[in-house]
Write a new protein. Structure first.
Lengths: 335, 289
């Protein structure tokens, strides 16, 4: 698909989200751009501190204030009626109207993301009432339907239960029901399966895929787990120190990783072939630099086998490797 | 806990109540409190004499068959006055709990949730708490004038900062919990997050503090009345009775001993129930019971 054919619902362009602290400015997100098409799942992959969570919080308008601020860039979102909003500059009232109704989010911690003192039915009903109004009874009926949609057995009974009466996987299903209660067109999932064990993780990914097929929503899937990416994503954006370093179709990325960082990440995954050849895993040398003191030029250069003095001169551009496959490295792309 | 998990919240509440009364001290305290409250509510029907009726012939009689708690210097029945005095003392305690909670919750939520407001509100709270309780109460009653309502207002202003601090501290913790962020991500308004999600999680610390403030307020009202700056001495409260009885401390100590016992019983029971509630509501302490 070329860019003109894709039906873009969310376009992040040159987003810079910085945190002002006593120790200086932390450039957590420093020029992130990507596009999310309707019905597509885009995975944002990166290590801790790469800026993937801050990116999703910027889109939701949930940055911790006043420390975190969007300094530059735009987040263009097209709502259900086709009206375009720039979420980077939208008013708090507009953001609140869109949150939950048009863009919803699920979090990493299903154990604590629900209020322990209300039944799950009441919590889903709250979201429905907030955006659509109507009677409490109707909202509760919707809550029960939503629990059925996320495949919670005995929804009639479960709707009146409290979060502590449910398991982690069950609670994440409730969180998904909560997020999807108002039928949003974009779902941001911030490491939704990280706190769950592997079998439950697979069930939740299955569920998300099925719900996406039913409703045609787009998913922005934030994770550090490449295995999960391979399961669910259509496209992948790899982030490093607040920038996208590689952006490609999921098959393209796994088949032909281009940026040295992406290649490093993939060679960190143990495979059966590697085990058979009795070779060691190849870790990426060094550590992720602090966002308070980033190296000049390419921030990956100090850890990169290909790097030379050219790499430290300027931040490389995100350039095309092939068609829609982009990478930010002067050694592998024509600059 | 297994039973509670199967049948939901109401069962859990019963479980809590059972745990609460499982402790003998708490059970006895609850019974004492219920009796005191019943006596206060039913005062006109159960008190053996009119608490205001003067009888010079019977003045300063020691406790006996006719007057169980004796009579005071005007010949009034001390038992009847203790029963009627309880109405006023408990009413003051109850109203102070209501008013100081309203003030404290409002201030504490604002301070805990809004960083800018916190700077102002917390300094005001610190300033109010720097004064000794009774001194501040005396100053406020002196400024407002002595009456039941003004005593309640003054004591509420004295105790509201305590509650405000607790509410603020808990709010600071709760506002950072993931479910608050999750509620925000669903587009729930700040007002609703504060009044529904945060406040509901404050109920247990508030319940516990409420019982303590009830006890403090009864004591403070007695203190104010004793010092002569509280409710008019004509109206029997436990404090005014002790105050009036002090001049007969040597010869007719029953005039002040019985209202004194009433204060001790009510304050002690309230404190013990408060302790019990705190233990039952805190799951970490519950295990040790």
């Amino acid at each position: 698909m070329t860019a003109s054919q894709r039906d873009i619902i969310l376009a992040v362009d040159g987003l810079k989200t910085w945190f002002h602290s006593r120790d200086g400015i932390a450039k957590s997100v420093d020029g992130v751009s990507f596009e999310l098409a309707r019905g597509e799942t885009l995975a944002i992959v990166g290590e801790s501190g790469s800026g993937k969570s801050v990116t999703s919080l910027s889109i939701m308008g949930l940055l911790p204030k006043p420390a975190g601020r969007i300094e530059a860039g735009s987040i263009r979102f097209r709502d259900r009626r086709g009206v375009e909003h720039d979420l980077a500059t939208a008013s708090p009232a507009t953001l609140r109207r869109l949150r939950g109704a048009e863009i919803a989010m699920i979090f990493q911690e299903p154990m604590t993301s629900l209020n322990p003192l209300y039944t799950v039915g009441d919590q889903i009903a709250e979201a429905v009432l907030q955006h659509e109004g109507g009677s409490h009874a109707a909202a509760l009926r919707r809550a029960r339907e939503m629990l059925e949609r996320v495949e919670i057995p005995a929804a009639d009974r479960r709707v009146n239960e409290y979060p502590h009466q449910m398991s982690g996987g069950m609670r994440q299903r409730v969180m998904i029901a909560l997020a999807l209660a108002c039928n949003p067109s974009v779902l941001i999932a911030d490491e939704p399966t990280t706190a769950l064990d592997v079998t439950v993780q697979a069930q939740i990914l299955d569920l998300l895929r099925r719900l996406q097929a039913e409703s045609g929503m787009s998913i922005l899937f934030v994770t550090h787990n490449l295995g999960v990416v391979a399961e669910i994503a259509h496209r992948v954006a790899v982030m490093y120190t607040g920038r996208v370093v590689e952006d490609a179709d999921v098959h393209e990325l796994f088949d032909r990783p281009t940026h040295p960082y992406t290649r490093g990440l993939l060679s960190c995954i143990p495979t059966a072939a590697l085990l058979a050849s009795r070779q060691r895993l190849q870790p990426i040398p060094g550590n992720v630099p602090s966002v308070l003191a980033l190296p000049s030029g390419c921030t990956f250069a100090p850890r990169c086998a290909l790097a030379d003095t050219d790499c430290t001169r300027a931040v490389p551009e995100l350039a095309a490797v092939r068609n829609t496959h982009l990478a930010r490295c002067i050694k592998v792309t024509p600059q | 806990m297994a039973i509670a998990i199967q049948s939901g919240a109401s069962a859990e509440r019963w479980q809590m109540l059972r745990l609460l009364v499982a402790r003998k001290t708490v059970l006895i305290s609850l019974i004492v409190l219920v009796l005191l409250v019943l006596a206060a509510l039913l005062a006109p029907w159960i008190s053996p004499f009119d608490p205001y009726k003067l009888s010079i012939m019977n003045r300063l009689q020691a406790p006996g068959a006719a007057h169980w708690f004796g009579t005071d210097d005007f010949g009034r029945d001390v038992l009847s006055r203790v029963i009627h005095g309880g109405r006023m003392s408990l009413l003051v305690g109850f109203l102070v709990v209501l008013l100081s909670s309203a003030l404290g919750i409002a201030l504490g939520l604002v301070a805990g949730f809004f960083r800018g407001a916190d700077k102002v509100v917390s300094r005001v709270i610190d300033a109010l708490m720097a004064f000794p309780d009774i001194l501040l109460a005396i100053a406020l009653v002196a400024a407002l004038g002595p009456s039941l309502l003004n005593v309640v207002i003054a004591l509420s202003i004295v105790y509201a900062p305590r509650l405000a601090r607790i509410v603020r501290a808990s709010t600071l913790v709760i506002r950072e919990l993931p479910f608050v962020e999750a509620a925000r991500a669903l587009g729930v308004s700040t007002l609703r997050i504060v009044t529904v999600h945060v406040l509901r999680n404050l109920v247990s610390p508030l319940l516990v503090q409420g019982t303590f403030i009830f006890a403090y307020a009864i004591l403070a009202e007695a203190g104010l009345s004793f010092l002569g700056v509280g409710i008019s001495p004509d109206i029997p409260t436990w404090g005014t009775m002790i105050s009036a009885g002090q001049q007969y401390m040597g010869s007719a100590d029953w005039i002040m001993v019985f209202p004194g016992i009433a204060i001790v019983l009510s304050v002690l029971s309230l404190q013990l129930v408060g302790d019990g509630l705190r233990d039952v509501l805190d799951p970490r302490l519950r295990k040790e019971l």
